[in-house]
Design a protein around this ligand. Structure first.
Ligand SMILES: C[S@@+](CC[C@H](N)C(=O)[O-])C[C@H]1O[C@@H](n2cnc3c(N)ncnc32)[C@H](O)[C@@H]1O
Length: 264
């Protein structure tokens, strides 16, 4: 159980609670002399919550992967904003992520979606404004796009970081179909775990995964896989011996990948 100074609770063992994993990883990394991700707000929030840090520190093996995922998506967001200064970004499964605060250029529009309990918690530490709107909804309740108005000429980036592995395959299929219908011109970036890691009792229980990036065509055949990165290929100098060994086998090398897709 985790509570904040405001005595706000998230139910133990729920997907909502997993938001503390990336938060605490980034908070810990902030104290590193050469941080991969420098997130002062994550550190500040971590000081204000009382949490079972052992349960949420992600474990030493997950630590560098979570930071690498964040680093890669940070670069995607920074490049998008540089090319589209008034673009729109949708962050699905936002948790207590601080990316808007770290990249706001004063012009972009941003939508943060997560389950209602998480959005309530988020409001304690962050606020909406004319350009940032929160959507308290499951990504699987296929009405959330009603809250987002996008014109045909708007440039749109959608990210889902650490989200899709908590959905069933059927839910993932429906979410992709919905995104394709509502936002056909979007660039969509998301991470997937290898299916080897689903259904196992690790730091959080993953439900959905892919063996290989190209298997995403089995989820939606109206998409194009533009690129994909294996998290294990980055920040090798921060990976311990065991992770480097895992990099040698296909399933564990692709333990976590980021995919970029567009729609036809
Ligand atoms: C591992 S956390 C990642 C949080 C954030 N993206 C980050 O990287 O810091 C997973 C997030 O997905 C959210 N989530 C899980 N299932 C969801 C659903 N069906 N709809 C919306 N959000 C969901 C959880 O509430 C949690 O905030």
């Amino acid at each position: 159980m985790v509570d904040t100074e405001n005595s706000y609770f998230l139910k133990e063992g729920t997907p909502e609670e997993t938001l503390f994993i990336p938060l605490l990883v980034k908070a810990k990394e902030y104290c590193n002399k050469a941080p991969l991700v420098k997130d002062s707000k994550a550190f500040e929030i971590s000081q204000k919550i009382r949490s079972d840090s052992k349960r949420f520190d992600g474990g030493s093996m997950a630590h560098v992967g979570i930071l690498t995922r964040c680093q890669l998506l940070d670069k995607v967001v920074a490049d998008f904003i540089q090319r589209n200064t008034e673009g729109i970004i949708i962050n699905l499964g936002v948790g207590l992520d601080t990316r808007f605060d770290r990249f706001d250029n004063g012009k972009i529009k941003w939508f943060d979606l997560d389950l209602p309990e998480v959005i309530n918690l988020r409001r304690i530490f962050f606020s909406e404004n004319a350009r940032v709107k929160y959507i308290g909804s499951s990504v699987t309740d296929l009405t959330w796009a009603d809250e987002i108005s996008v014109s045909k000429t708007d440039k749109l980036l959608i990210i889902a970081e650490g989200l899709l592995m908590y959905l069933t395959q059927e839910q993932v299929i429906n979410v992709f179909k919905y995104i394709h219908e509502c936002f056909p011109a979007a660039d969509f970036y998301f991470d997937v775990v290898h299916s080897y890691f689903t259904g196992k009792a690790i730091s959080s229980q993953f439900i959905w995964g892919l063996d290989q990036a190209r298997d995403i065509y089995g989820i939606n055949n109206n998409l194009s896989l533009v690129e994909h990165w294996s998290i294990g290929d980055f920040n090798i100098n921060r990976q311990g011996f065991l992770l480097r060994i895992l990099n040698l086998l296909p399933a564990t090398r692709n333990r976590s990948q980021i995919l970029h897709v567009t729609f036809k």
